[in-house]
Design a protein around this ligand. Structure first.
Ligand code: SAM
Length: 463
């Protein structure tokens, strides 16, 4: 059977989609290639959120196609994900060597399409149609298919799409309207993962606070998402729950209270703010004010004073003045985020912001981005330094990404911690004494072993 290599661009949802496609292909008998140079199928799972991500994938495919067509003409090439969805056939017109373009609601059909291409039943495939029920099709995990790649953490996709229509964002156009899976379906998937040794699940959705609004509804004052958290929390053997991303607009008190009631829910929150200026938030169509955002953070910190809080920020949104930007800086200083993903505004086709007046020049965006990063790094450094001398619990995930001779795990507040460990530590909840801090990384040494569980993680695809 042919081997496949998937390269992933963009967010955790894309990572999860790639894993599901890889698992479906393995189930069909495909093997996972260690690199594109030896693969019979090369798939790029693309991101459209910023132009840079699209250009990277386009350049990559151009290079791959040139290399492959010279020396290995049998290799099949494909685009998956958001750019496949938004550009469709245009990608094949531009890169005729590409064999398949599969949209975001069709990724579970990849194996069937590849079969048809290899059997000669099809020459080229472009499928970017909507498909009812496709949100429930992303449930396969490599851990269930390839016992050689065990993992203690897993992403679980709970919904697809977005109804928010922020004026800068392409996601509602590439991932479609919000569609949620059922609670029993998600719980079954989590249970299977836990049976395979997973200890921590991260529930994924573009806007998880909108989960199940139509399909599940509110009950006893609890949103559908909080009902889902409660159901997942019940699963024996599961140690930790995370989720990303909530939206400040739908962040109710029931979700804040969940942190008090559900001990498996890790005290870390990623809460995208985008801007600290009410004027810009309004232009972005975010549906909340600076004050409302500050109110949520205050409630979360009252519930769990040690809560780690991270965010997303866009600099240079059309019309953003120096005064607006200063408001973002003051918000970042005031909240003292543990970390922030700082994005330079990128105009996306068909989004209202791309046609707004007063587009900010590249030079100004670069300059503001640098100032914001400096502030975020300065706050991050001092926050991380503060942990030195403390004892924390980590879940040991496997070899450190930066220094594979050492191991790494995450604290409950979602901080990466690197330590000198041995094979026996992999997959364990471990108390660690923090000895020093680096740039968004902690270093430490094991204190007491808590319990023994499963081996750690390896990879079959790249992100
Ligand atoms: N759930 C998130 C939210 O609440 O908005 C959206 C996730 S989006 C895929 C990830 C991040 O990309 C956004 O939070 C935003 O900061 C950034 N982003 C989206 N569109 C962008 C654009 N046109 N230019 C720059 N950054 C963008």
């Amino acid at each position: 059977m042919p081997s496949v290599y998937i390269k992933t661009y963009g967010c955790q949802m894309n990572e999860r989609d790639s894993e599901a496609v890889a698992a479906q292909l393995v189930a069909k008998g495909f093997t996972l290639a260690p690199s594109e140079h030896v693969a019979d199928v090369i798939l790029l799972n693309t991101c459209s959120v910023r132009d840079q991500a699209e250009q990277k994938a386009l350049n990559k495919m151009e290079n791959v196609a040139a290399a492959v067509r010279r020396s290995r003409p049998h290799v099949r090439l494909g685009f998956l994900g958001c750019m496949a969805q938004s550009r469709g056939r245009e990608l094949i017109d531009r890169l005729p060597d590409v064999d398949l373009v599969i949209g975001t609601q069709k990724s579970h059909r990849t194996a069937d399409y590849l079969d048809a291409l290899f059997a000669g039943r099809l020459d080229q495939v472009v499928d970017v149609e909507e498909e009812k029920g496709s949100e429930a099709a992303i449930h396969e995990h490599l851990i269930n298919r390839a016992p050689a790649v065990p993992s203690v953490t897993a992403f679980v996709s709970i919904m697809q799409g977005c109804n928010q229509y922020c004026t800068f964002c392409i996601v509602p156009y590439t991932r479609g309207a919000e569609r949620s899976r059922t609670i029993p379906d998600i719980v079954t998937e989590c249970r299977e993962l836990i049976d395979r040794g997973v200890k921590e699940v991260t529930l994924l959705g573009q806007i998880v606070t909108s989960y199940g609004k139509r399909e599940v509804g509110e009950r006893n004052g609890k949103s559908a998402f909080v009902q889902l958290l409660e159901a997942v929390h019940e699963i024996a053997g599961l140690e930790r729950i995370r989720f990303t991303s909530p939206h400040p607009r739908g962040y109710g008190d029931d979700l804040v209270e969940a942190y008090l009631r559900l001990p498996k829910l890790c005290e870390s929150a990623h809460l995208p703010v985008q801007s600290g200026s009410d004027r810009v938030l309004k232009l972005m169509h975010r549906g909340y004010t600076r004050e409302r955002f500050l109110g949520i953070v205050e409630k979360l910190r009252r519930a769990r004073p040690e809560m780690g809080i991270t965010t997303d920020i866009i600099v240079g949104f059309p019309g953003e003045t120096e005064a607006d930007f200063e408001e973002t800086l003051s918000l970042v200083r005031g909240i003292s985020f543990d970390n922030a993903f700082c994005f330079k505004y990128s105009p996306r086709r068909d989004t209202p912001a791309a046609a707004m007046p007063d587009q900010v020049s590249r030079e100004v965006i670069e300059e503001r981005h640098r100032r914001l990063l400096d502030l975020v790094n300065e706050i991050g450094k001092s926050k991380y330094r503060h942990y030195v001398g403390q004892q924390v619990q980590i879940l040991v995930e496997g070899p450190s990404r930066k220094t594979p001779a050492r191991l790494e795990g995450r604290t409950r507040k979602n901080k990466i911690l690197v330590f000198e460990g041995s094979e026996r530590h992999r997959g364990r909840l471990l108390d660690v004494h923090i000895t020093r801090s680096g740039s968004f990384t902690l270093y430490g040494e094991p204190a007491i072993l808590n319990e023994s569980t499963t081996p750690g993680k390896a990879g079959g695809f790249e992100s």
